[in-house]
Ligand binder design. Structure first.
Ligand code: SDX
Length: 429
């Protein structure tokens, strides 16, 4: 069967570009030779129609609200597995056997401590430093401590760096929280699972034994699963671009954390909760819906809309269910924020403006209510997202590095500035 091609006709030049098909999902036109053959670039700011890479890790069907990790639906992973199992799947491509899982858990658990010198690193921050600012700084600084896992050409060092990242980011995030509230850092405990360890590092105090609530630990573990990876989102694309230069993995993940912080991306969960608190009551919802629709008002309904999902974000449905479980476990009967969120969702889903633009709740819509109920301050919400997403960034970075034809990412531009002109001496301007 002859190779399928797409024809580009620019002026009186027609060129054939190969069309490639994936396992599932849209075909792509490989335009790598377009500029060489026509002297014309494609133009797609925001990458609305651009596939930046080939990947085998995660697949999203935005029209049908489907999210697969290595082919497994997110609903099944969240229901039957745990976060470290999803980490193994994302990194190695298959679900682990019992032996592989035990070995992986053991290895991650024994990388959870950070070099004690990092404690003095924290002393330089103000007490009210935003945890994301701390994470960007400290994760980048891990490269200053672990010179034995920064050689990206060595597969062993790549794997060690991956383990260290997944294991140490929760410890650093918990330290950022403890530093904010003026409590002593809590060291990880090797006999606790990933989510329980994180809860204890955040909420234990030296004065008494900390008892992990298994329902909350399970809920947090599921929240980590929901946020683990999401194909070529903005922060993952940042990690891939940074990694394409050969930068060490700690620096690349720090770049990903910085990108995630933005309110249009991972920062939305923090802003979404602040928005729900600002709305405050069901009666005030209509004025905020009106603002969200007003082109002259920059206000957006945070936690709504998605570049890819034009149907329900499957993670939002699971998050909604988890939210109710956590509130029930904590005996929170009528949380006004939940009432506002559910009424806001109901109204928006029946409003022409949102229906027409296919704006549905995304993963950030219910996460804030859940995390607040669990005791986390809003400033920690995006840091928790970063904890969960570290495995996705690392898995995508590894895939990019191991790509045989990997090249540095270097886009071009449409230049609309001044044509060449001569320098004028200051006296003549
Ligand atoms: C995440 O990419 C990922 O996978 C990200 C993520 C992941 O797991 O990595 O899923 C995590 O980042 C989730 C998204 C969190 N962000 C928010 O909740 C912020 C609020 N949402 C938006 O800002 C927006 O929906 C985006 C950024 C998520 C998507 O923006 P797009 O795809 O560029 O869409 P757009 O801005 O061009 O909007 C299309 C239309 C516009 O109206 P018109 O100009 O056509 O009249 O929809 C409107 C927008 O004004 N619109 C909204 C809206 N989101 C889009 N109007 C009101 N409220 C909103 N939330």
């Amino acid at each position: 069967m002859s190779a399928r091609t797409g024809t580009f006709t620019i002026g009186d030049t027609s060129v054939e570009m190969p069309i490639k098909s994936g396992t599932i999902g849209p075909d792509v036109v490989d335009i790598g030779k377009l500029y060489d053959r026509t002297g014309t670039f494609t133009f797609d700011p925001g990458f609305l129609s651009t596939a930046s890479c080939e990947s085998k890790i995660t697949y999203i069907d935005g029209d049908n609200g489907i999210l697969l990790h290595r082919g497994f639906p997110i609903e099944q992973l969240a229901e039957h597995g745990d976060y470290l199992e999803t980490c193994y799947l994302l990194l190695y491509g298959e679900l682990p056997t019992a032996t592989q899982k035990a070995d992986f858990d053991y290895r991650i658990t024994r990388h959870t401590m950070v070099h004690d010198q990092m404690h003095s690193f924290f002393r330089g921050f103000r007490r009210d430093a935003h945890p994301m600012a701390v994470l960007v700084g400290c994760v980048g600084a891990l490269a200053a401590f672990y010179h034995d896992s920064t050689d990206i050409s060595d597969p062993h060092q790549r794997m060690v760096a991956s383990m260290r990242m997944i294991a140490k980011i929760p410890t650093l995030a918990a330290m950022a929280y403890k530093y904010n509230i003026g409590q002593p850092f809590v060291y990880p405990k090797n006999d606790l699972d990933f989510a329980s360890n994180f809860l204890r590092m955040c909420f234990a105090v030296p004065c008494e034994e900390y008892k992990v609530n298994p329902v909350l630990a399970r809920a947090l573990d599921r929240i980590f699963i929901l946020h683990a990876d999401h194909e070529q989102n903005a922060s993952t694309s940042t990690v891939r671009l940074a990694g394409s230069t050969g930068a060490n993995p700690f620096a690349c993940i720090a770049a990903g954390i910085a990108a995630l912080w933005g309110p249009a991306h991972g920062g939305a969960n923090e802003i979404c909760l602040r928005m729900l608190m600002e709305i405050g009551s069901v009666e005030r919802i209509p004025q905020f819906i009106a603002r969200a629709k007003d082109k002259n008002d920059p206000f957006r309904l945070m936690g709504f809309g998605h570049r890819v999902y034009k149907n329900f974000d499957p993670r939002a449905k699971i998050m909604h269910k988890t939210c109710h479980e956590v509130l029930a476990e904590l005996g929170i009967k009528d949380d006004p924020l939940l009432d506002v969120a559910m009424e806001l969702e109901r109204i928006a889903l029946h409003d022409e403006y949102f229906i027409e633009r296919k704006l549905y709740p995304n993963v950030d819509f219910y996460s804030g209510i859940t995390l607040k109920a669990m005791g986390f301050p809003t400033t920690m919400f995006t840091a928790l997202f970063a904890v969960a997403r570290s495995v996705g960034w690392i898995a995508q970075w590894k895939e990019m590095i191991e790509e045989p034809n990997q090249k540095i990412g270097r886009p071009r531009q449409l230049y609309t500035g001044e044509a060449q002109r001569d320098y004028t001496p200051i006296g003549k301007r």
